[in-house]
Ligand binder design. Structure first.
Ligand SMILES: C[S@@+](CC[C@H](N)C(=O)[O-])C[C@H]1O[C@@H](n2cnc3c(N)ncnc32)[C@H](O)[C@@H]1O
Length: 317
């Protein structure tokens, strides 16, 4: 009997990184089940709810999802939905189904997977805009007029570019790139190459990056060790030392960049809704929430060749 080829260490490491999306999605599903925000589609992606999550985790995910959505919605408004959205390392992302009515062009997710055709609430918005036959599906990719899934390694830019072009990405169209806890799994050189390529290739673009920050202290160290114990290496942690590190976008072709830690974002989200979610669960240890929020950030970089005013996008005080 032929023996199976040995599994390379890099495959094990990649699988550990890939599996982090399950944790993120389970936490999101749990927070929605507690009423933090509404997402009728996440149940089709994440079956299990997992064990109960602590209130500070739920509030952290609330701030993450609302913060990203706030910037995404502002970009759609500025471009009047004449834009593309590319979610890099999307995991089990439901954004397309939230946006389905308003997007004029494609939403592309770089790596998700392929059961959406079989669940009517997910496949309906795809099929409404085209015949079911216009969906092209193989083991790793799905293409339709509005929604596209590409299996690709973000560390391999030439292959990523080839795949995006095959799926008819339009480099002249305003394009929003999202990365949520993704760049941190790539070395600083690999993520720099990626953000540089985006700035070089797309005429008018915005890049929203959510990831760890202030990682040099004890709390950061514990986060790194927790992930390492699951064979998950934060290869990009050196550029998560402070908000200033996000100036890396200015060195890679972007015109402007802003960054806030999630403690600041939490204070700038609509306070009426914050009061609502703070009534959902009693939080004993506020200090824990503050520490958590101080160790994540949102950064957004802009290149506005078409002068759409996207550099004015931000969180109003
Ligand atoms: C913590 S999960 C976040 C998933 C999703 N963005 C979210 O916030 O729910 C990290 C994701 O980054 C993806 N990722 C990390 N490195 C990648 C790479 N080199 N190419 C493609 N995806 C990558 C993993 O597959 C995983 O889905």
């Amino acid at each position: 009997m032929a023996s199976r080829p040995p599994v390379a260490d890099s495959d094990v490491a990649d699988e550990a990184v890939r599996s982090t999306c399950d944790d993120a999605s389970i936490c999101k599903r749990f927070a929605t089940s507690q009423g933090y925000w509404t997402d009728p589609y996440i149940q089709y992606f994440v079956r299990q709810m997992g064990e109960r999550k602590a209130p500070e985790i739920n509030r952290g995910y609330y701030a993450r999802v609302q913060g990203m959505s706030h910037l995404l919605d502002a970009f759609l408004k500025r471009t009047q939905c004449d834009c593309q959205v590319v979610n890099l390392g999307a995991g089990l992302d439901t954004t397309f189904w939230r946006l389905k009515v308003c997007l004029n062009y494609k939403l592309i997710v770089v790596f998700l997977y392929h059961f959406c055709r079989t669940k009517p609430p997910l496949s309906k918005p795809l099929i409404e805009t085209h015949s079911a036959d216009s969906l092209l599906l193989d083991g790793h990719n799905l293409d339709s007029d509005r929604y596209c899934i590409i299996g690709a390694d973000l560390r391999d830019i030439s292959s990523l570019e080839e795949k995006l072009r095959k799926f008819q990405i339009i480099t002249e169209l305003p394009t929003l790139f999202l990365s949520e806890c993704v760049l941190v799994y790539m070395t600083p050189e690999q993520s720099s190459r990626l953000v540089h390529w985006v700035a070089n290739t797309f005429h008018t673009a915005m890049f929203i990056n959510y990831e760890q920050v202030n990682m040099a202290d004890r709390f950061g160290q514990v986060m790194i060790e927790n992930l390492q114990s699951r064979q998950c290496n934060l290869a990009g942690v050196d550029v998560c030392q402070s908000l200033d590190s996000q100036e890396r976008f200015l060195l890679t072709g972007w015109e402007s960049v802003n960054a806030l830690d999630m403690m600041a974002v939490y204070g700038l989200l609509p306070q009426e809704d914050i009061s609502r979610i703070e009534r959902l669960e009693f939080l004993d240890e506020k200090e824990l929430l503050h520490q958590l929020l101080q160790h994540y950030s949102i950064c957004w970089a802009v290149k506005d060749t078409l002068s759409l005013g996207i550099s004015q996008i931000g969180f109003l005080p």
